[in-house]
Design a protein around this ligand. Structure first.
Ligand code: ATP
Ligand code: MG
Length: 151
């Protein structure tokens, strides 16, 4: 199904308005108009929701999150960035594993099952894409989804 990315993402982002307000977090949404994609809208929505959910859940109040789309000649990157608590480098290789959560103390506080990122990876790869994560403890996390435009 052909989906226009700007309208599609904008609509998902709006679902987070209230949650963002609660933590006084600003979401910087940046996406060129007119990029069309062949995606499964319901499944791909889980990707976006899981990543925004993490960005929000692992960020302090009054910080900033960004969702930006960059169009390259044959690929489109969808980048989620936060200024949250970050992930220790020793945990980073495992965060896409099913049920993996970083250190119980902070996990208990925030809740969750350690499934979000494993679902993200599965769905992105089912769309022929790649997902990568970079993080600095105490500084923030960036998740990048890269999709071929001709899928
Ligand atoms: P669920 O998504 O199932 O509700 P979860 O958020 O714990 O639970 P994942 O989304 O798979 O599970 O993330 C795995 C772990 O990676 C999390 O427990 C958290 O410690 C860490 N993590 C994921 N995203 C971020 C982020 N943006 N900032 C800091 N830590 C993160
Ligand atoms: Mg999660």
């Amino acid at each position: 199904q052909k989906i226009e990315l700007y309208t599609y993402l904008k609509n998902i982002v709006e679902h987070f308005d209230l949650a963002l307000k609660e933590k006084d977090i600003r979401l910087d949404f940046n996406c060129p108009k007119g990029i069309e994609f062949n995606i499964d809208p319901e499944r791909f929505q889980q990707v976006v929701v899981n990543l925004l959910d993490n960005a929000l859940k692992y960020s302090d109040d009054e910080t900033e999150i960004s969702l930006s789309v960059e169009k390259l000649p044959k690929r489109v990157n969808i980048v989620f960035k936060d200024q949250g608590i970050g992930i220790p480098s020793t945990d980073l290789p495992y965060v896409f594993d099913k049920l993996y959560r970083v250190e119980k103390s902070r996990s208990r506080k925030s809740g969750g099952h350690g499934l979000g990122l494993s679902i993200v990876k599965e769905i992105v790869e089912a769309h022929g894409g790649k997902v990568t994560i970079e993080s600095k403890l105490g500084q923030g996390t960036t998740v990048k989804i890269s999709l071929r435009e001709d899928v």
